[in-house]
Design a protein around this ligand. Structure first.
Ligand SMILES: Nc1ncnc2c1ncn2[C@@H]1O[C@H](COP(=O)(O)OP(=O)(O)OP(=O)(O)O)[C@@H](O)[C@H]1O
Length: 336
């Protein structure tokens, strides 16, 4: 197999808590006014060329932080990020310029991420000018027309402003802007969350078509497991700043191994097994204000034993190629 396009190596990110975290009820007053938030606690993960890696996990588990580190909006406290074999997490803004073109991001809210004062033409021209500085006006105009056509929009979209479009059309414009610099990787952070279900399918199909046509790689962050099942090549399941399972799509949905993945997937009704009962997790959801000593999932895991509370489980490759970070899986402990 060729080398991965992206590698996250033992990535850690700690934030100082935002003001709303300052005095939560569970936080003793004697503690710092700005306690630490352990957003990523040692992420080891790769993205292969041409694949769609979907990252799933409940809110606050660190999915967006991972994306922001890759795109250079945040720097890690520990560990490294490699793109095309080059370490990119320590680069200055100017050293990062060549990678800006190769790594593009599509956000959840296309309205907030498109400048409302610029027409679609101006938005696209700005991106193109930055990366194809030598192009003539005619070349730029022709490229914009073709670009809009390729995402299902017509030339008359050029003179309109973002607010004149529907949510789905705005997401097409965001995709056009990302594609305008001919990237290798597109990071899509919940790109469908603000769209109607019928429009979600159109945007998803467009993204899949573009991937086939241009050989793109996607890092796709979502809460929606139906989207993951339709769209992913591989899936990384995150829990509280750690990756607990990575597997190709079929393996993950057919044979999830980590107890958290099993609970997560049991919430989707399956036509092939209507008798399957959803697994209800008990126990308090841990806070990222405390660095977990052992497995981050142990206080909600019905399979946990003393070892799980004391020792951090590492990702271990299984016989079917998936990777699982779980002492219970390693020891063969199963649900009763
Ligand atoms: N700039 C920041 N300052 C302080 N804390 C932050 C900052 N950014 C993220 N966090 C915290 O880091 C943790 C991980 O956040 P992140 O946004 O990566 O999670 P997420 O999995 O993407 O969540 P969601 O699915 O809700 O978007 C959260 O506890 C969040 O509150």
């Amino acid at each position: 197999m060729s080398k991965p396009l992206v590698t996250f190596h033992r990535l850690e990110k700690v934030f100082r808590a935002r003001s709303e975290w300052r005095w939560p009820l569970r936080w003793p007053r004697k503690q710092s006014r700005h306690p630490k938030v352990y957003a990523l606690n040692g992420i080891d993960l790769s993205i292969h060329r041409g694949e769609t890696l979907c990252v799933v996990g409940e809110t606050g588990c660190g999915k967006s932080t991972l994306a922001r580190l890759l795109v250079g909006l945040e720097r890690p406290d520990e560990g490294a990020v490699y793109f095309d074999d080059q370490r990119i997490d320590q680069l200055s803004d100017s050293q990062r310029m060549p990678f800006r073109k190769k790594i593009q991001m599509v956000f959840q809210n296309p309205y907030a991420s498109l400048n409302p004062r610029m027409t679609v033409y101006q938005i696209l021209r700005e991106a193109i000018r930055l990366h194809h500085a030598g192009w003539s006006r005619t070349q730029v105009d022709q490229f914009i027309e073709e670009l809009l056509q390729s995402v299902g929009l017509t030339k008359d979209a050029e003179d309109r402003y973002p607010h004149e479009f529907s949510g789905g059309q705005r997401q097409r414009i965001s995709l056009a802007r990302a594609l305008s610099v001919e990237p290798k990787l597109i990071i899509a952070d919940e790109p469908l969350a603000a769209l109607d279900v019928s429009v979600q399918a159109q945007v998803l199909n467009l993204m899949m078509d573009k991937q086939k046509e241009l050989g793109l790689t996607y890092l796709f962050i979502t809460h929606d497991l139906a989207v993951v099942e339709h769209f992913a090549t591989r899936v990384a399941v995150m829990y509280l700043g750690r990756v607990c399972e990575v597997a190709d799509r079929a393996t993950l949905f057919d044979a999830p191994k980590h107890p958290y993945t099993q609970a997560l997937l049991s919430s989707i009704p399956r036509l092939d097994n209507l008798d399957l009962e959803p697994i209800h997790l008990t126990g308090e959801v841990p806070t990222p204000l405390e660095k977990p000593m052992g497995c981050s999932f142990c206080n909600r895991c019905p399979l946990a034993n003393q070892r799980c509370y004391e020792q951090i489980p590492m990702l271990v490759t299984q016989s079917d190629g998936s990777q699982v970070a779980c002492h219970a899986v390693e020891e063969g402990r199963t649900w009763k």
